[in-house]
Write a protein that binds this ligand. Sequence first.
Ligand code: PBG
Length: 323
Amino acid sequence: MFPIERPRRLRQSENLRRLVRETRLSPDGLIYPVFVKPGEGRRDPIKSMPGIYQWSPDTLVEHLTEVYHGGVRSFLLFGIPSHKDSVGSDAYDPNGIVQVALRQLKEALPEAVLIADLCLCEYTDHGHCGVLVGDRVDNDPTLDLLARAAVEQAKAGATVVAPSDMMDGRVQAIRRALDQAGYPDVPIMSYAAKYASGFYGPFREAAENTPAFGDRRAYQMDPANRREALREVMLDLEEGADMLIVKPALPYLDVLSDIRQAVEVPVAAYQVSGEFAMIEAAAQNGWIERERVIMESVTSISRAGADMIISYWAPEVSRWLQG
Ligand code: PBG
């Protein structure tokens, strides 16, 4: 074939490379995760996540208004309550922190896509994602609490609810509860393939949800499993999920690619806190080019099949894309 075939012909200039580029990112597909806690005027830095903060509702509204006008229109909310208990009450309290923040954001940014993360781990004093029986997370009683939380989030103005607990049957329980409460149009974006990952390390500082004992391996997926992700996806779709999330992103691109090929619904990938922290730390040391590596990582996630990317860099990536 050589020298007739010369792939380098199409790499000769920046404009030619842009013309034939296979993966094109847009701010439209970016989702920005944020942490909110009670109080006023707060902007508490998270040590392991440089540039990311815990906000109070008032400063969060200001921050997201700016981010919204910078091109990112979708946000994923995590709450850090002032009070934790064994059953995670703040998650389904009408005046729980996420509900308070949702109401304020809905008023300030009525067109924004407000995605409420739906889990109990930030709200339980033991830090697990459900209620306990002894040392074990009890699946079915947890479903009722998740369903209640989903309804409160919808009432407070959530556009979408995103269950991240990995209990079996939760999508169906949440769908039923939303429908019965008069919210048949609130979509469910389920963390269908969520792995028990070491890459969540920095998030545990950010969301203050480190399990008091043990780990999450009895409910989150085993990192060694690929086919099982498809099983989780099919179950969530049968139960009524409208969109899916794969999490983490970069270490699980094979799983993402499999899922993208297997289903028709929109698929998101979550570039988690550890992925963020690794790149930030290497960049701070001058070991990698920060912007270049961030864009390469986000592009890889998109190339593997993500329609949407949940990223702590969303505001910056959006600016660079429009730059
Ligand atoms: C649990 C939850 C976690 C993350 C999002 N939702 C952590 C966990 O399972 O311990 C991690 C996100 C990140 O690391 O950026 N509700």
